[in-house]
Structures are given as structure tokens and as C-alpha cells.
Write a protein that binds this ligand. Structure first.
Ligand code: FAQ
Length: 336
């Protein structure tokens, strides 16, 4: 495999020795680490993808989080709370991985809030019933796993290592979603219908999570050449469909695609195309919940300002430096 980028900076070309070393590491399927030299476009591509991934985990807490206060039992509430907290953790691992590329978490958050960086389209759809919690676990986490398992072998060390841990938790998330849907499917007629209705709404948006078709994906060729992505969008979408069809049969739900059928010759399922114009609109900010998701994230950021200030002041006091951002506050017993 050869990296095709040769642009190391605005004025000068890359040092040929450094570029050769970078390409040798990629050719061995070895890892690039933060202190290694890397082409600027490799770094920028990683920042784009890892930040988008981190933002997705954080914004992705909202659709399910809105059901925390309405969970049908204490057990379901505890499960959902743990899952939503896991997503926060995934966001933190990924922001940390991104910081090793020289961009601070503060800056990344700003880019999200100002609409300069994206997050996954799937989280711009509403969660209308409790079945959606199960469907997100089954289909959305299922798609996330298909996409993310190959990323454990991505060429950038900190991203790959973060993905290993994230994937372990995502598999648990997927199984809890499947278990919830299985429970509802063995319930009343109304519960069974609720599951089917939820699957009908989430099927196509789940397929869109893998990105546009390869022929319309501007980043895939270069990201594959650099070993950032290990599979194309269409390869992973196919893997997801093949994996999900038998699971849908076990659940007794229908996937809403009249073109879905096993193709003996290919050894894969044939399936219909999602509405790509819909994906484009959602990515552009015109999905059903884009404005709501960003407004909520902005509110949470504003509400959390005092926590960041307190943590900064505490860190400064520990390192013996005076805090510049916070006035000293008289707190009884604070020195103990
Ligand atoms: N949504 O050339 P490509 C989760 C953008 S899982 C929004 O194909 P690329 C877990 C793309 O950024 C979800 N934007 O791009 C969870 C690019 O725009 P740009 C997150 C999309 O990067 C579960 C443009 O379209 N997972 O959060 C989407 O080679 C449950 C052209 O596309 C990841 O982020 C989309 N669906 O491939 C949490 C995985 N698709 O930046 C809570 C890591 C494409 O050039 C609850 N990321 N775009 O302006 C990836 O694998 C890749 O970045 C892809 C896109 C496959 C998403």
C-alpha cells in the first residue's frame, strides 16, 4: 500500500526521508504515533474523522437520554443510564485521541457548536417510543460495531487503541438493544407493533450511517491508502445488512426494503438504496432534530461552565499557580 499524499506544508514539500519512513510504517500495517512525522493532510483527515466520531458519541447521548426519566422499570432505567454514560466515556477517549493530533478539546467543542464539524446523521432522528431505545441498541450500535471493528486496526495508534475499548462496550450495547426488543416482541400486540414501527423508521437512517456510496465518497480512496479506513462505506454497509437479516428473522420483524433478498451467486444480500438526498439534507443541518440537538449541546456547554472553571482553578491551585479565570471564593473547610 502506498500513501498518495505528498503535501507536507504550504511552502515546502515534505522531507523525502520522512515521507519514506511514514510510507514504510503504513506498508508494514504498523502504527503512526503522535510524535512521528506525518503529512499535514493525514493529520487533518484524522482530526476530521476522530472529532466527528467523538461528537457523535456525545450528541448520541441525547436521543436515548430523553427516555431516562420515562424508562418502564428500575431495571431498564439502570441499563439505559449505564449505556448513556458509556457513550460519554467513548466521547472522552476520542477527544483525548484527537488532542494527540494537536487540537484541544475546547477547540473541537467550539467547532461542533459553530457547525464547522459534523456528527453522525443518525442522531438527528427523534426517539418516539421506548422501542426506539431497543432499536438504537440493535441497529445503530450494530452499525457502529460494523464500522468500528475495522477501525481497531486503523493506522493511527491512539485512535485504534481507543476503538478497541469502545468496541467491547458497543457489543454489549447491541446485545442489550436486541434483548429489549426480544422482550417487547414476546409482549402484547401493541408492544410488537411498537417494535415494528420503530424498526421501520430506523432501518434506512442506519444504512446511511456508513456514509455515501463509494462512488460519491470524496474521502474514502485517500483514507484507505493511508490505512485510516480499512474498508469502504459500501463494504461495511453490505456487512451490516448480511449480519442484521438473520437477527431480524430471530426477532420476527420485517425490514422495510422490498428489494432485500439473498443472492446465492454473490453470497450476500441484495438490498435497496437509501434516499441519498435525505442523507445530504441531514448532513447539511436540515434533519428533523439538528437544531434541537445542537441547541441542547450548547445549553449543556453553558451550564457546565462553572465545572470547567472550578476544575481549572483546582488544577492551578494544585500546581501552585494562581488561577486567572476564577475569583477566590470563601468556602468553609475548603482547605481541608
Ligand atoms: N453522518 O467521503 P465520506 C456512534 C460526511 S457511531 C454525517 O464517505 P469519510 C456510537 C463525511 O464526514 C456514529 N456525516 O467521508 C453510538 C464527509 O464530510 P466532510 C459515529 C457523514 O469520513 C451509538 C462527507 O460526508 N461513527 O456514535 C456521514 O471517509 C448509539 C463525505 O463522506 C463514526 O464517526 C454520516 N452518516 O466516511 C453512540 C465512525 N457519512 O468531513 C450513541 C468513524 C458521511 O468531508 C448511541 N467515521 N458523512 O465534510 C467513519 O468511519 C467515517 O468518517 C464515515 C464517513 C464512514 C462516517
Amino acid at each position: 500500500m502506498t500513501a498518495v499524499d505528498t503535501d507536507a506544508g504550504p511552502d515546502t514539500g515534505p522531507d523525502p526521508a520522512l515521507l519514506a519512513q511514514f510510507e514504510r510504517v503504513l506498508a508494514r500495517s504498523d502504527r503512526i504515533e503522535p510524535r512521528d512525522w506525518m503529512p499535514e493532510r493525514y493529520r487533518a483527515t484524522l482530526v476530521r474523522q476522530v472529532a466527528q466520531h467523538a461528537h457523535s458519541e456525545i450528541i448520541g447521548m441525547q436521543p436515548e437520554g430523553s427516555w431516562l426519566t420515562r424508562a418502564p422499570s428500575l431495571r431498564r432505567k439502570a441499563i439505559l443510564l449505564a449505556k448513556v454514560q458509556d457513550e460519554a466515556g467513548h466521547g472522552l477517549y476520542l477527544y483525548s485521541a484527537c488532542e494527540t493530533l494537536g487540537v484541544s478539546r475546547e477547540e473541537l467543542t467550539l467547532r461542533l457548536l459553530e457547525g464547522r464539524q459534523k456528527y453522525s446523521s443518525i442522531f438527528n432522528y427523534p426517539t418516539l417510543s421506548y422501542a426506539d431505545v431497543g432499536t438504537i441498541g440493535w441497529l445503530v450500535d450494530g452499525a457502529a460495531i460494523c464500522n468500528q471493528v475495522p477501525l481497531c486496526r486503523t493506522s493511527y495508534g491512539p485512535y485504534g487503541r481507543a476503538m478497541v475499548r469502545i468496541c467491547k462496550e458497543e457489543s454489549f450495547h447491541q446485545r442489550q438493544g436486541f434483548e429489549l426488543l426480544m422482550t417487547m416482541r414476546s409482549g402484547t400486540e401493541a408492544q410488537r407493533a411498537m417494535v415494528q414501527e420503530s424498526v421501520d423508521r430506523f432501518w434506512w437512517p442506519s444504512l446511511m450511517m456508513f456514509g455515501p456510496p463509494d462512488a460519491e465518497s470524496p474521502n474514502t480512496a485517500q483514507s484507505m491508502a493511508w490505512g485510516i479506513k480499512r474498508n469502504t462505506n459500501d463494504e461495511l454497509r453490505q456487512r451490516f445488512v448480511d449480519m442484521t437479516v438473520p437477527q431480524a428473522q430471530a426477532l420476527g420483524v420485517t425490514l422495510p426494503d422490498p428489494d432485500l433478498r439473498w443472492n446465492e451467486e454473490r453470497g450476500h444480500h441484495d438490498f435497496g438504496q437509501p434516499d441519498w438526498e435525505e442523507l445530504a439534507q441531514v448532513v447539511r443541518g436540515n434533519g428533523p432534530c439538528n437544531a434541537q440537538r445542537l441547541a441542547h449541546r450548547q445549553r449543556a456547554h453553558d451550564d457546565g461552565a462553572w465545572v470547567r472553571e472550578a476544575a481549572t482553578a483546582f488544577a492551578a491551585r494544585r500546581s501552585g499557580e494562581p488561577s486567572l479565570s476564577v475569583e477566590p471564593v470563601e468556602t468553609p473547610g475548603a482547605d481541608r
